[in-house]
Unconditional design. Structure first.
Length: 155
């Protein structure tokens, strides 16, 4: 980087720290997110506002090889924060299809989200009725709504 680019990079770094502080991020988060910005700036020798999608791909490809998956995620979050709040640019997410070895992506199609608990329980109950699903036994007895009541007689 030349002197002007270095000056621009330093200014953006200070802006990043300011935005993190104003958002009320914890000191550990500020440290981790700012480290991500310093790391990519140093590794690619570019001002962070000039990074391209190819630069990000190259950076994360190398980072995955040399660092833990948690470091990769922290760097992703820190750079995403920088793009959104400092540069006010959309984050072109390039890492959504990259997972560490042995992991598989599970997509959330909306059916099993946390607030859909009753729907999930109803589906589980239907599977239990057909014998395709058994839940761990508990000490509680769950009445079968389709069984005839004990005091009713069928004549």
């Amino acid at each position: 980087m030349n002197k002007a680019q270095q000056h621009r990079s330093d200014y953006l770094y200070e802006q990043h720290l300011t935005h993190l502080t104003l958002q009320g991020k914890r000191p550990a988060t500020i440290d981790a997110y700012s480290r991500a910005l310093r790391r990519i700036t140093h590794q690619l020798d570019k001002s962070p506002d000039t990074l391209t999608t190819d630069d990000l791909k190259r950076y994360f490809t190398q980072l995955i090889k040399t660092h833990s998956w948690s470091t990769v995620k922290i760097d992703r979050n820190g750079l995403q924060f920088f793009f959104k709040h400092v540069l006010q640019r959309d984050w072109e997410w390039i890492l959504q299809h990259v997972l560490p070895k042995g992991f598989r992506r599970v997509r959330d199609y909306g059916l099993f989200r946390g607030h859909e608990k009753k729907r999930l329980q109803a589906i589980q109950f239907m599977f239990m009725l057909t014998g395709q699903l058994t839940l761990p036994s508990t000490n509680k007895t769950v009445p079968n709504p389709f069984a005839p009541a004990a005091n009713m007689s069928c004549n």
